[in-house]
Design a protein around this ligand. Sequence first.
Ligand code: ATP
Length: 298
Amino acid sequence: MTGALHEDAPAKLNLCLFLGPRRERDGRHELVTVFQPLTLADRVSLEPAPLGARGDDVSCPGVPGPPEENLAARALRMFRDRTNWLGPPVRLHIDKRIPVAAGMAGGSADAGAALRLAARTAGSGDDALLRAIAAELGADVPAQVRPARYLATGAGEELRALDGPRPRYAALVLPVAHALSTADVYRRADDMALARDAADLRERLGAVVAHGADLPDDLVVNDLEPAARALCPAIDEALAAVRAAGADCALVCGSGPTVVGLFRRVDAARAAVVALAGRTPRPILAEPRGPHAAEAAA
Ligand code: ATP
């Protein structure tokens, strides 16, 4: 490697998230969810470390915590470990654009991008190995090894690519100035008994499969939303603001607290961004991105 390599790390929108019963095997909830990558993305770059560097260096301004605990740094370490890659030290930099701890899987996206960059640098193209490493890093990481539209089942680890034309809507992403831990949201969902039974989950799965990637509004549902709202009441105001700005539907993204408004007409979404521009944090206009767009952009 002589110069820097770049990868986009797209935010993911859970276009729907249906919560099922806990499975006996590992106590995790079964899910039916559609991961939709968005044009909102972190930019991850990898270049040779300066001469004399003793190890890999990861920088990610805007994310709290020691750099070595960044999920992308862990991905890089695990890649070296599992592949015995002894290439010279590298410098990984993350230009953070995805709201942090916000339900958009930004850390997982960065880890996926770090794995792609490491594999490109090491000249190893083994996606199965990258996915195995990703699964150890976190439940949302395997879908980020090759960002694409996936239907995820099991506890979110069984991925089925959803092909087809790019869905026609714009997404207005409205960050909420709070952090929510996914584990806390699941715990609250349990306290509130939000999970569906197995038959209900199967029925939702059938409905999602019948529609593919472009779900009708009545399937744009996030079962975790009441739990996220209970933990973070500011979400209610954000949902109301997005609806008042004309969204065809509004939902909490993943475990929250980010709110997303879907607009069937892009000009209506642009007008909504202008209407909400005075807010802090500011709204972000995004669109669904096609399968493998990250590769095409590399
Ligand atoms: P999770 O489902 O893990 O809660 P999320 O999608 O809600 O994820 P992330 O932006 O991935 O939110 O951040 C979750 C936590 O991971 C944060 O507390 C953050 O400090 C930590 N983290 C580690 N690495 C990263 C990274 N590269 N980008 C963002 N957060 C990171």
